[in-house]
Design a protein around this ligand. Sequence first.
Ligand code: AMP
Length: 394
Amino acid sequence: MKTLVLNSGSSSLKYRLFSGETPLADGLAEQIGEPTGHLVYHNLEKKLEHNLTEPLKDHKEALKQVLAFLTDPQLGVLANPEELGAVGHRVVHGGEHFSASALIDDEVLAAIHACVPLAPLHNPANILGIETAKEVFPKAKQIAVFDTAFHQSLPERAYRYALPESHYKDLGIRRYGFHGTSHRYVAQEAARFLGRPLEELKLITLHLGNGSSMAAIKGGRSIDTTMGLTPLEGLVMGTRSGDLDPAIPGFLAQHLSLDAAGVDQVLNKKSGFKGLTGSNDLRTIEAGYQAGGQAERLALELASYRIQKYIGAYLAILGGLDALVFTAGIGEHSALFRKLCVEGLEHLGIELDPQANQHPHQPDLSAQHSKTKILTLPTNEELQIVRECLGVIG
Ligand code: AMP
């Protein structure tokens, strides 16, 4: 079966087409609705790339153009649009409605709409992607795969905040967690790599990219995660502060005369690595660190120190640990940051092999006698979305 995975943003559309679990084509439409649009198309089988620079009026026009490439006699991978069995949509927030992926019908779409207040920037763009795909591929099944669903297994003591109960009941304020598709995928990959059933493993997964989060996974179920009501909580990220004294937003509002949107902007866009060093790109920060930069040293120490605190906390609630799994841009590529994250944890049975850590394609980074495995495994959210689609369709 052929499945198209779509990740729809407010002015962008990322796509990858699969046959079964094999990717055939992918690409990205950007600057949709702007005077100049850009569309990239790759035929992965024939290793062909095609670029188009012309205005893309709206998402429908962008997706129709993608379809034109997919069915092009030279560049394409589909004989006709009817060959497409399913479209899998990445949906950021499923609230408490979804603990699994879902076949989209009117009721499911209404529930995704109901989650818009929880993800006002993301869910409307995801809904736009769904509505567009329904028009362009009317025969294909539409499936929603939620970033939050994997974390719906959190126990109440982990997902509730100590706020008045009405704030949970009436406003839905609780920990939801994100990056669920990635955490689930690398947990499965870790089990496969270790040659053990996921059901018997205790794992900590670290999705470290521009956005970062950790999850404590017991027997394949997420039991805690660092992101909360929104993706702002938890780790130090590219431009997000992560954990703070909850009084700080009020303090900022008062002293800098900011409204709620202004405070949000500081914490989401101007903080994290960007706020500490001026750059949100870890490669730039690493270069500064190697050159003896103080701001870069502090940023890497602060970020890895917080990760160590969460490793300690998650080790306690898991009651043991089989593997620590690094993934995403930083987790897969930064040997320096991985080293800082596990340095000094030998007393917990977590010990790195420094040579293996430097090797670009070595999944097992643990010293021979390390009680806990330290792994780096590439994430593949698109492949996980395809697997979810195949699971939903049966
Ligand atoms: P992601 O959001 O998963 O695409 O990850 C983006 C982050 O990964 C950015 O901070 C990049 O600087 C970082 N990154 C990507 N490649 C490397 C690399 N080779 N070394 C260090 N950091 C990297």
